[in-house]
Design a binder for this molecule. Structure first.
Ligand SMILES: [Ca+2]
Ligand SMILES: [Ca+2]
Ligand SMILES: [Zn+2]
Length: 286
């Protein structure tokens, strides 16, 4: 495998033989072809947009095991997941009702790749706010690669029904604000709606591309181990300051978004703080 490249395994065949993208492309398995093409799209995107050198930024390539069976029940899996111990992404074929082959959706591949990236950068659990940040980062990566919408998984979810998706980052189903969260919160995909909504609101102010720069830098460079939502907020504010300058409209957008979902507290007077003496007042370039 070339540095940061993609390799494939046909999970329906014994032997776990590694195939190159060229070998897959020359074959006749359309499910394999789509999954591998989408995996290549994601890795190329990460390299071109963020200069990332493979999953771990040290050249690790992405191995996708297509036609993966459900690890618990066998048979066609309505899921895709990153297994850090195996160092592989397992992609199910779907049952044809809830999902078509999950590798058809580039944002699902990107989401799982997001898990692999974050895992290589910070020590994070998969429950509570840590888990929710993991899920949200995956969806953000998905929304950067598949930048037409905020829906996740729409190209594989319920093939018999148009217009729906696995999640919509801009339309939370359960959690709009920290005030909706009881106790330690819910299932991490549900709880991820809060940081994901913050990301959407940042993008509404400064555009998806700049949000992506801030989120990528914040989550991969500024995040501390076992981060909670407030730590992710601080990390992305710091990233915005480093990338765009203290007092920039980007910093304001990030601060306001985290405040709007109740993760950061609105300062007295209900105005986002602007650093004294900042060269560019936050209001100027809005
Ligand atoms: Ca999408
Ligand atoms: Ca559908
Ligand atoms: Zn996930």
């Amino acid at each position: 495998m070339t540095t940061g490249g993609v390799a494939a395994i046909d999970g329906s065949k014994p032997g776990n033989k590694l195939l190159t993208p060229e070998q897959v492309a020359a074959g006749s398995d359309e499910t394999m072809k789509k999954a591998v093409a989408n995996a290549s799209t994601v890795m190329t995107f990460l390299k071109e947009r963020f200069g990332r050198n493979g999953l771990d930024n040290k050249g690790a390539g992405l191995t996708v095991q297509v036609h993966s069976a459900d690890p618990q029940f066998g048979g066609k899996m309505n899921n895709a997941y990153w297994d850090g111990q195996a160092g592989k992404m397992f992609i199910g074929d779907g049952d044809g009702k809830t999902f078509s082959p999950l590798g058809d959706a580039v944002d699902i591949i990107a989401h799982e790749t997001g898990h692999a990236i974050l895992e290589s950068e910070v020590e994070m659990g998969f429950d509570g706010q840590e888990g929710a940040l993991h899920e949200s980062f995956g969806d953000v990566v998905g929304s950067l690669v598949d930048a037409d919408d905020w829906q996740i998984g729409e190209d594989a979810f319920t093939p018999g029904k148009a217009g729906d998706s696995l999640r919509d980052m801009s339309k939370p189903q359960k959690y709009h604000n920290m005030s909706d969260v009881k106790g330690s919160g819910g299932e991490p995909h549900d709880l991820s709606e809060i940081p994901s909504l913050a990301a959407v609101r940042v993008a509404e102010k400064i555009g998806r591309e700049e949000m992506g720069k801030v989120w990528y830098n914040g989550f991969t460079e500024q995040m501390k181990d076992h981060a909670q939502f407030s730590d992710a907020a601080a990390a992305t504010v710091k990233a915005a300051e480093l990338l765009f300058g203290a007092g920039s409209k980007q910093v304001t957008a990030v601060t306001d978004a985290w405040t709007s979902v109740g993760v950061l507290k609105a300062p007295a007077g209900d105005k986002p703080a602007v650093e004294a003496g900042a060269a560019t007042p936050a209001t100027k370039a809005a």
